[in-house]
Write a new protein. Structure first.
Length: 256
């Protein structure tokens, strides 16, 4: 084997260091593979949280806010008909207008966001158009509350039509976010499985290669010494005790 010939040409110090150096190198490789895999997994999970989860949350909040605005505007009509407390009416009017303003701003920011996909941007653009018409109808109805309830009610009929369009687009957006979240989760799980496989392969390869190199180095060192280390040690002990009668025939390189 080529690896055996290369190891045999090394000096004793190099042969002794081959196995531990190889193990350290393989451990470093295993660590790098683990780091890259975990970093990839972290990126996938971060995308799920920062993009998919937050976008779904924004979409759900937007749907709830617009539903509240629609219901509260009808409440304003009933309050105005019943000549309810003006201060409470004005407070509720202010709250609905502010909620609408924030909804329009949220949709605009989502449309311009760099994290939104093309599918999301397309739906947000459609929602922005529907929301603009809805806002006009609601604002007109609110402005006519204390002057002409009949006209206010007429504008609410227009708002009803626009609200149905917004509901349809919102449901499409929620369905899209749900699908994208499932795809992101599936991708994260595939990444996790791939990382585990890579780490297992690197670890197994490191163990097998370390064992092979250790065996080759051990044989090479034994050949250099001319025999097994325990035999050499026994001869050295006998010599130290003054026994010079022991004879030993060293093994040739071909005997292993």
């Amino acid at each position: 084997m080529d690896i055996t010939n290369r190891i045999n040409t090394l000096n004793m110090m190099a042969k002794i260091l081959v196995a531990p150096v190889l193990v350290i190198a393989l451990l470093i490789l295993f660590g790098l593979a683990s780091y890259v895999g975990l970093a990839t997994q972290k990126g996938a999970l971060t995308d799920i949280y920062n993009s998919r989860f937050k976008n779904y949350q924004v979409s759900a909040d937007l749907a709830n806010d617009l539903t509240d605005v629609h219901m509260n505007t009808y409440r304003l009509l009933s309050w105005e008909t019943a000549r309810y407390d003006r201060a409470k009416i004005d407070k509720l009017v202010k709250e609905q207008l502010e909620t609408l303003r924030k909804a329009v701003e949220t949709v605009k920011n989502a449309t311009e966001s760099g994290t939104s996909t093309l599918e999301e941007k397309k739906i947000y653009e459609e929602m922005s158009k529907e929301l603009g018409e809805y806002q006009k109808a609601i604002v007109a109805a609110i402005d006519l509350l204390d002057t002409d309830l009949n006209f206010a009610t007429m504008f609410m009929a227009k708002a009803d039509e626009e609200f149905m369009g917004i509901e349809k687009v919102t449901h499409e957006l929620l369905d899209l976010e749900d699908r994208l979240s499932q795809e992101a989760y599936g991708s994260a799980m595939k990444t996790f499985t791939r990382v585990i496989v890579i780490m297992a392969v690197v670890l197994l390869g490191a163990v097998v290669l370390s064992l092979i190199v250790s065996v080759v180095v051990a044989r090479s060192v034994t050949r250099v010494l001319g025999g097994e280390t325990h035999e050499i040690a026994a001869i050295a002990k006998n010599i130290a005790n003054g026994d010079l009668t022991h004879t030993y025939v060293a093994k040739s390189a071909g005997e292993g």
